[in-house]
Design a protein around this ligand. Structure first.
Ligand code: SUG
Length: 446
């Protein structure tokens, strides 16, 4: 890959069944907003507004489509039978939480769709994707089938792309995709160091682990992905997340750190052993001729609790043409005094980050999904960018078509009892059929 590669952000288009079901134990926002009324239309439009604004600014922006819901196969596999309407009603009466799982719009958080290694890092010079198995939560554990189909359809050129199926769906290989993965490099097209962050180790009974909330990502999963992608010796660094912050609601590493270029923006409590973590990143980067810039935030400046409630680190760090970086934050950061004060200082510091872009993503945020959760980063050379499916590239025209599609098909109110309404499932099916035509991806939902 050449130095001129660009980073494409593939945002998840929020699906029409977006709702608050409290399905993610360990994710504080999801738990706190259980059973509140959601607004799928607003959620999708908020996401589209972010995509449009970043595309307008000249950042390479694309999208991953939502998945079809509800998952009738899941409901039938656990004993609900009869017509679709019968299945929904029985599930609502007997197992409402499982019905919510079958209806979840969680694929919107595409940072969890896959782990991606750009061609500059891989032995065969292809861009590699490993679909995440997401096996720690029922509602996310079946996303991988449709995710794999969508990635194969979009990156459908074996000269440039290799898409790997999800790792075996067992706790030893708990894999949450790019949310626990970062890449440090001199430029998107240059060889980089890939950082695999894990919360626990399956085959080491003595390894540290959280006590209150689950650790979703294992070391074994990170190593498997690095092998599948053919990362070069020294090209991967494995770091353990601090179990204490997992217990405070940092269910993915992207809630406490974000990397871009040679910059790591992180909280001082992010890693189990911060000093050793930074030293290993520094060493690995030095070996490829690059210097690490760590922008560390101390607990005195921003507590972990404030980082979790504001999602300061669930920000997108984007390289600008002038060599500086913009930080894309949720508006909750401006509403938290300590965080807003910290950000003011950061922008004025003369460091690598000199601009803030703030977005209203409240609908997603209430389920624990900030700007960084909503996007999957894929660095592509010009040739690779031209080889991928072009129908998912965000521009003014696609934004207009998708907004009209959302206005036509999405409800502005969903509450738990609506999931029993058979007409919701029919509406979603029709919307998805139209979407696959709009994105020129026939067969996406077969
Ligand atoms: O997996 N929330 C998601 C949020 C994912 C955020 N992603 C990243 N940090 N990259 C999760 O916990 C909540 C669904 C509900 O409760 O209805 C949910 O799945």
């Amino acid at each position: 890959m050449t130095q001129t590669a660009r980073e494409f952000n593939f945002d998840g288009l929020v699906g029409p069944s977006h709702n608050y079901a409290g399905l993610s134990f360990g994710n504080v926002a999801s738990f706190n907003n259980v059973k509140s009324v959601s607004n799928p239309r607003q959620a999708a439009l908020q996401g589209l507004a972010k995509m449009r604004a970043l595309a307008e600014r000249g950042f390479a922006q694309a999208l991953l489509p939502p998945q079809c819901r509800p998952n009738f196969a899941l409901l039938r596999s656990i004993g609900f039978a009869g017509s679709d309407a019968d299945v929904l009603l029985q599930a609502y009466k007997q197992a409402p939480a499982i019905l919510s799982c079958a209806y979840s719009a969680s694929p919107m958080w595409t940072a969890n769709a896959a782990t991606v290694s750009p061609s500059a890092d891989t032995a065969d010079g292809k861009v590699h994707f490993t679909v995440a198995n997401l096996n720690s939560k029922l509602h996310r554990s079946y996303e991988h089938t449709q995710t794999e189909r969508a990635l194969r359809a979009i990156f459908n050129d074996s000269r440039h792309f290799a898409v790997h199926a999800a790792l075996p769906p067992t706790p030893a290989f708990g894999d949450e995709g790019a949310a626990n993965h970062g890449r440090l490099c001199a430029a998107h097209g240059a060889r980089g160091i890939e950082m695999f962050v894990y919360g626990r180790v399956e085959f080491d009974a003595h390894a540290a682990a959280p006590k209150r909330f689950p650790a979703r990502q294992t070391l074994e999963a990170g190593r498997a992905v690095a092998r599948l992608h053919g990362l070069r010796d020294g090209g991967a660094v494995y770091l353990q997340q601090n179990p204490d912050v997992i217990d405070l609601g940092v269910f993915h590493n992207d809630v406490i750190s974000v990397a871009n270029g040679n910059v790591l923006f992180c909280h001082e409590e992010a890693f189990l052993d911060e000093k050793a973590a930074l030293a290993s990143l520094r060493g690995a980067l030095a070996a490829i001729g690059t210097e690490l810039i760590a922008v560390r935030v101390s607990s005195a400046e921003v507590s972990v609790a404030d980082a979790v409630s504001s999602y300061l680190f669930n920000s997108q760090l984007l390289s600008k043409a002038d060599g500086k970086m913009a930080l894309v934050v949720p508006q909750e950061c401006q509403e938290n005094q300590a965080v807003a004060r910290y950000l003011q200082g950061l922008i004025a510091s003369g460091g690598p980050i000199d601009e803030l872009l703030s977005f209203d993503l409240r609908q997603s945020m209430r389920n624990g999904g900030g700007p960084a959760c909503l996007r999957l980063r894929v660095a592509l050379s010009a040739e690779e960018g031209a080889a991928m499916h072009q129908g998912v590239l965000m521009n003014e025209q696609l934004h207009g078509k998708l907004s009209a599609w959302v206005e036509k098909h999405y409800r502005d109110r969903l509450e738990p009892s609506d999931l029993a309404d058979p007409s919701l499932a029919v509406e979603i099916g029709m919307a998805m059929e139209e979407l696959s035509q709009l994105l020129q991806l026939p067969g996406l939902y077969e």
